[in-house]
Design a protein around this ligand. Structure first.
Ligand SMILES: [Zn+2]
Length: 443
């Protein structure tokens, strides 16, 4: 068996892994085997056609966001599309309001910078997309009533150390709907449908985390929100095909399936594959690699091990989420906060009180969190943070199975990547440690 030369594909169970698994579990093992035995391909410069595809996708997303924004009357999209094409973004009714203006101007600028031939192509795409969405929104409103995009979606699923990223989360009658935009001229019903079902399953099981951008009564909101444990279903919107569909199917993402996928991946590391009863035309044969069958006890996902280790050593992921969030949306506020905590006695109590009130109002924080952000005096000490080594020591017995699976050097770099992943996955607006502990039990 050839040696493992890189190890990237086993940090998580991803959507493509599940897709492969449902075709045949052996495909999962074969792919891991292949990927870990071939050196990383050199980076190829982004080709023109790829950036074109990306721009078409962007046009679709922008148009969809506008189509389902609260202030836009229906039937107005085609004319917005025309404004982008001609580069004359109108500002009737006062200056073009924040979000809409930003979206229109940025698209228009991007398109007008393109080489002439491409520019013409893209202008047609804009027209098709915006016209298509006029029809689609009318239809969707008939079916659902008002649908309002409230943010970028991000769902997390407990057993799966992975995130789902539907394009948008919208609300209709208080219920979340996930919206996925496909701005292609062809439907790939098998793959698109699978993707939507996958998001559905994530949303049904753990709920939807809504990222920063959020609109409430037409006003941009600044606080992170999380809609937990509520059903959502997914709409796939095809603007240029003037069509859409609702996907209510889910994929079985129960712990048994997830662990099976995980086992298939780890077997792939060992150059083995799970036992299956494949027919002679099973798609796994196409890979021209037949791995011997085997079985094994699985090692838990590295990001989960590291997240649990951090929580056990006292890391507060909720608070970290908040700090990080404040840095992103209000850097100057964060600088002020750091002055409050570490700047000794330069800031008087009256100012501290004012800031606390503002934080409570604007970010909907509770009293104890606000006190932590703005303490009585500026003599705070940096909170001790466990080092990466300490976390590994804390979780030594869980890391051990990995030591048998991966060469030392690769495990070290994988753990570092996994730690970054752990923060991204488990740092939630609230109840991070509950989610981590609940997940732990399922493994
Ligand atoms: Zn097979």
């Amino acid at each position: 068996m050839s040696k493992i030369v890189r190890g990237i594909s086993f940090l998580t169970v991803s959507r493509p892994d599940i897709y492969d698994y449902l075709r045949c579990p052996k495909i999962v093992s074969i792919k891991v085997y292949k990927n870990t035995r071939t050196p990383k391909p050199e980076r190829v410069a982004v080709r023109k056609s790829e950036s074109k595809t990306a721009l078409i996708g962007k046009i679709g997303e922008a148009a969809t966001q506008l189509a389902f924004s609260p202030e836009l009357e229906s039937g107005k999209l085609a004319s917005l599309g025309e404004e982008i094409v001609t580069g004359s973004i109108s500002s009737k009714g006062g200056p073009v309001e924040g979000l809409r203006g930003t979206i229109l101007r940025s698209l228009s600028a991007q398109i007008h910078q393109l080489p002439k031939s491409l520019e013409l192509d893209m202008k047609n795409v804009v027209r098709e997309t915006f016209e298509g969405l006029d029809e689609i929104t009318r239809d969707v409103k008939d079916a659902y009533g008002n649908v309002t995009v409230i943010g970028k979606g991000e769902s997390r699923y407990e057993t799966l150390p992975t995130m789902g990223y539907p394009d948008f989360v919208a609300l209709t009658n208080g219920k979340p709907v996930l919206i996925e935009v496909k701005n292609t001229v062809r439907e790939n019903s098998k793959l698109d449908g699978f993707q939507a079902s996958f998001y559905n399953s994530l949303a049904k099981t753990v709920g939807v985390v809504i990222q920063d951008m959020a609109i409430d009564d037409g006003v941009l909101e600044t606080r992170p929100r999380m809609v937990l444990e509520r059903d959502a279903n997914a709409l796939i919107v095809y603007p240029r095909l003037k069509t859409w569909k609702s996907v209510t199917d889910t994929v079985d993402l129960g712990p048994r399936v997830v662990k099976d996928v995980w086992r298939a991946k780890q077997l792939g590391l060992l150059g083995k594959s799970p036992r299956t009863k494949c027919s002679s035309d099973c798609p796994h044969h196409k890979f021209d690699i037949e791995l011997p069958e085997g079985n094994m006890e699985i090692a838990k996902p590295l990001p989960l091990i590291l997240a649990k280790g951090s929580v056990d050593l006292g890391v507060d992921f909720d608070y970290e989420y908040l700090e990080n969030y404040l840095w992103r949306v209000a850097p100057s506020l964060s600088t002020a906060l750091s002055e409050m905590r570490f700047g000794r006695d330069t800031v008087p109590e009256t100012q501290r009180k004012k800031l606390r009130g503002m934080l409570q109002d604007k970010f909907d924080l509770d009293e104890s969190t606000v006190r932590r952000l703005v303490p009585k005096t500026g003599h705070a000490k940096d909170e001790p943070y466990p080092s990466y080594k300490e976390i590994l020591r804390e979780e030594a017995s869980e890391i051990e199975p990995w030591e048998k699976l991966l060469p030392r050097k690769i495990l070290r770099s994988a753990s570092q990547t996994a730690q970054g992943r752990a923060t991204r996955l488990y740092r939630l607006p609230k109840e991070s440690s509950r989610v981590i502990r609940k997940t732990w039990k399922k493994w």
